[in-house]
Ligand binder design. Structure first.
Ligand code: MN
Length: 284
C-alpha cells in the first residue's frame, strides 16, 4: 500500500512556487505520493512538476471534479466537448508526471444538482470515459470513478452504483474510487462497501477523509472498521488523505465542496498527524 496526500492540504493553486511547496512538504511529512488537483490542468508547468517529483522521490496521481460547463454527463454538446478536452489534458498530465491513476468526479459535474441525470447524458459520459480509458490504457493508467454524496453528484452515490456504471462502460482499466467521507453519508456499511468493490476486482483507489473533512480521528467515522476491511480484502493500492479547510482556498474547488469553515490552520501539523494515524491503523 502507498500513502498519499491531496495537494489542497498545502496549496490552492499550482504556480511553480506552490508546486515546490506542496511537493517538498509532502515528502517532509512522510508520504509516498501527492494527489495533484487537476481542475485546471492547462495551468500546470508539467515538466517542472515532473522534475520536482523525481527530485523528492515522490509518486503522483491526479484528480478533478468536472463542472457545469465541462459536464460530460449533460445533454449539452458544448459542455461534453469541453469536459472531454479537460479530461484528456488531465490524463496527459498524469502520464507526463509518471502517474498511473486519474480519479475523482470525472464522470459528471461535481455540484449540487436539482434533478437526476438523464439517460442521454449518462450515455455521453460513458462514451467519453470509454475513449479516455482506451487512451489511458496505452500509458498504463487507470481511471478511478469517485462516487460522492448526493449533494455533490446526481450520478454515483454508492459503491453498488459505481460498479454497475463501470460495468456498463466495459473497460478493464476503469475502477472504483472509494472515499470514507462520502461513504459515511451514503453507504449502509463501510466494510460491506469495501468488500463489495474488492469482490468485483474494482477496488482501485481510496480516499481517507473524516466526517467533517478535518483531521482523521477527530470526527465520527469508524476508522477501525474501515481500515480493517482494507486489510481483510488485501488492498494494496493507494490510500490518500484528503482534508480541506478555509485556510487553503482554491477559487472554485473550495466553493464546490462547501468548505466554509476553518478546520485547521497548520498544514504540516495536520499532514504529520494524519500520516501517523494511517500508520497506526494500517501499519504502513
Ligand atoms: Mn475524495
Amino acid at each position: 500500500m502507498r500513502v498519499g496526500i491531496h495537494s489542497m492540504v498545502w496549496v490552492g493553486d499550482w504556480s511553480r512556487a506552490a508546486a515546490q511547496q506542496a511537493i517538498s512538504q509532502t515528502a517532509e511529512a512522510g508520504y509516498d505520493l501527492i494527489e495533484l488537483s487537476a481542475i485546471a490542468p492547462e495551468t500546470f508547468d508539467v515538466a517542472h512538476t515532473a522534475r520536482l517529483l523525481e527530485q523528492y522521490g515522490l509518486g503522483c496521481s491526479a484528480s478533478l471534479g468536472l463542472g457545469a460547463g465541462t459536464n460530460i454527463a449533460s445533454e449539452d454538446a458544448d459542455a461534453v466537448r469541453a469536459g472531454r478536452e479537460r479530461l484528456h489534458l488531465a490524463l496527459n498530465l498524469v502520464r507526463d508526471c509518471g502517474g498511473t491513476m486519474l480519479c475523482g468526479v470525472i464522470y459528471g459535474a461535481l455540484m449540487k444538482h436539482s434533478r437526476p441525470a438523464t439517460e442521454k447524458g449518462l450515455d455521453n459520459s460513458r462514451r467519453v470515459l470509454a475513449e479516455l480509458a482506451d487512451k489511458a490504457a496505452a500509458s498504463g493508467i487507470e481511471l478511478g470513478l469517485e462516487f460522492c454524496n448526493r449533494y455533490e453528484t446526481n450520478i454515483l452515490n454508492t459503491t453498488a452504483q459505481t460498479l454497475a456504471f463501470i460495468d456498463s462502460i466495459g473497460r478493464p482499466n476503469i475502477v472504483a474510487h472509494l472515499d470514507a467521507y462520502h461513504m459515511n453519508i451514503e453507504e449502509s456499511s463501510m466494510a460491506g462497501a469495501i468488500k463489495q468493490a474488492a469482490a468485483a476486482g474494482k477496488l482501485g483507489y481510496v480516499h481517507v477523509g473524516e466526517s467533517h473533512r478535518g483531521q482523521l480521528g477527530t470526527g465520527t467515522i469508524n476508522w477501525p472498521e474501515f481500515f480493517q476491511a482494507l486489510r481483510q480484502v488485501g488492498y494494496d493500492g493507494v490510500v490518500t488523505f484528503e482534508s480541506f479547510s478555509s485556510q487553503v482556498v482554491h477559487s472554485t474547488f473550495s466553493n464546490d465542496l462547501a468548505i466554509w469553515r476553518n478546520l485547521w490552520d497548520d498544514s504540516m501539523e495536520l499532514a504529520v498527524g494524519a500520516r501517523a494515524f494511517i500508520r497506526q491503523h494500517l501499519g504502513v
